[in-house]
Ligand binder design. Structure first.
Ligand code: FES
Ligand code: FE
Length: 427
């Protein structure tokens, strides 16, 4: 099937399957960059990465290079990182502090609000040179939700809080695990590029079906080391209470593993002695007896996964960002998090729990993404099936707000978010 940008996307997204060209056709990818990333709220940065007046951080909104800045009064801006002279990026560092950005090509200078404030030899341009027309382009709407900064190019988009809707509740839970709700992301991170479409990562993060197979070696290693045995049941029907997946609307999904988690006491009681961890635990229990359980809980993954459409994933204690590069090329960035209001030892131990992923687990997933992309190149096999859980009596519930809940192995996440994709692509 040949698809052009005028093609009817509802032929390609059916209720239980999507067409392979959604992952392979460059014209669909171009449409996504304009219609999905150009129309909805897109995660840009975390406030802890631009902590002070005049700090900045570069990134992308879809394929558009941007700079998230704080001006001298501390207000957030998202600027197009694109000189208004001849298009060069004006900022080429990942992060830092700067009141101005001087374009390296011919030296035009812009304030961190985007205003053009200087050009070399200004008299040479003559009286009709109007600087105010040549400020950096801006992302017109930038809003934060509890430290997570989003931007949208769509003047008609609902307020960010409304767009997040029911995802706010688990996100609040994730943030409020920290005393005082302070979470910090570092500007340094694990970055990896895979040869596959960006949606393969978005599909996978809401997929509780794959871990028992894809991450088998990691789970077996964890079991040998005495870590949570329940992890080995991830993706199957667990003995003690079901883990579930929820489609929350607007493209967002929530996997809740907490029903099969007995709390930090049980988690830590099941640990076999391990170098380092044992010493830390002992230290925290003895130094902070009143807060020990809470502190130890913070060193264990948050037991929830959130997909916030289209590019933000919360996985355990980590934040992962999806950056599309081309129809068959994607960058994933994993940010470890630390929390405020706890002794340093807690954050040190917490960092150790953020080593399994991406270091050991992510190659399993990325191998799948690349192999799926190879499989998707076969024109004779058209459809990607997302219908696990269909037709099984009583497996899915839909509440009054339209939130769909099912077993963690269901693929309802994909069936749900593709309806949002379709809505954005079809307008
Ligand atoms: Fe930036 Fe010329 S492209 S000053
Ligand atoms: Fe995985």
């Amino acid at each position: 099937m040949t698809v052009s940008s005028t093609h009817s996307y509802d032929e390609l997204v059916q209720h239980d399957r999507v067409h392979r060209t959604l992952y392979t056709d460059p014209s669909i990818f171009d449409d996504e960059m304009r219609r999905v990333f150009g129309r909805t709220w897109v995660y840009l940065a975390h406030e802890s990465q631009v902590p002070t007046p005049n700090s900045y951080r570069t990134g992308y909104l879809g394929l558009r290079p941007i700079i998230v800045t704080r001006d001298r009064a501390g207000e957030l801006h998202a600027l197009f990182n694109r000189c208004t002279h001849r298009a060069a990026t004006v900022c080429r560092d990942e992060s830092g502090t700067a009141k101005n950005f001087q374009c390296p090509y011919h030296g035009w200078t812009f304030k961190n609000t985007g205003q053009l404030v200087g050009v070399p030899w200004p008299d040479a341009y003559g009286p009709d040179f109007e600087r105010t027309d040549l400020n950096l382009g801006v992302v017109p709407r930038v809003e934060s939700y509890r430290g997570f900064v989003f931007g949208t190019l769509n003047a008609d988009a609902p307020p960010l809080a409304e767009h997040l809707g029911p995802v706010r509740e688990p996100l609040d839970y994730w943030i409020d695990r920290a005393p005082g709700g302070e979470v910090f992301l570092r500007n340094s991170a694990h970055r990896m590029v895979y040869r596959g479409n960006w949606k393969l990562a978005y599909d996978n993060a809401g997929d509780g079906y794959h871990p028992a197979f894809s991450h088998r070696s990691l789970l077996q290693m964890a079991e040998r080391l005495g870590e949570s045995k329940d992890m080995t049941y991830f993706g199957r029907t667990p003995d003690r209470g079901p883990m579930y997946v929820q489609y929350l609307g607007n493209g967002h999904t929530f996997i809740d593993q907490r029903p099969s988690y007995d709390g930090p006491g049980a988690f830590w009681a099941n640990q076999r002695p391990q170098p380092g961890r044992e010493v830390f635990e002992e230290l925290i229990r003895s130094e902070y007896p009143d807060d020990a359980l809470r502190y130890l809980d913070l060193t264990v993954g948050a037991q929830i996964n959130l997909n916030i459409f289209p590019n933000l994933l919360i996985i355990g204690n980590q934040v992962q960002v999806i950056e599309p590069l081309a129809v068959d090329r994607t960058q994933l960035t994993w940010y470890a998090t630390t929390v405020g209001g706890v002794p340093d030892e807690v954050n040190v131990l917490r960092m150790r729990t953020q080593e399994d992923f991406p270091a050991f687990g992510e190659p399993d997933d990325q191998a799948n993404f690349e192999e799926a992309q190879r499989g998707l190149s076969i024109p004779e096999v058209a459809w990607v099936q997302m219908n696990r859980g269909f037709g099984v009596e009583g497996r899915q519930k839909v509440d009054a707000d339209g939130v769909v809940t099912g077993p963690v192995t269901d693929e309802l996440h994909m069936r749900g978010y593709y309806q949002e994709w379709l809505r954005l692509m079809s307008r």
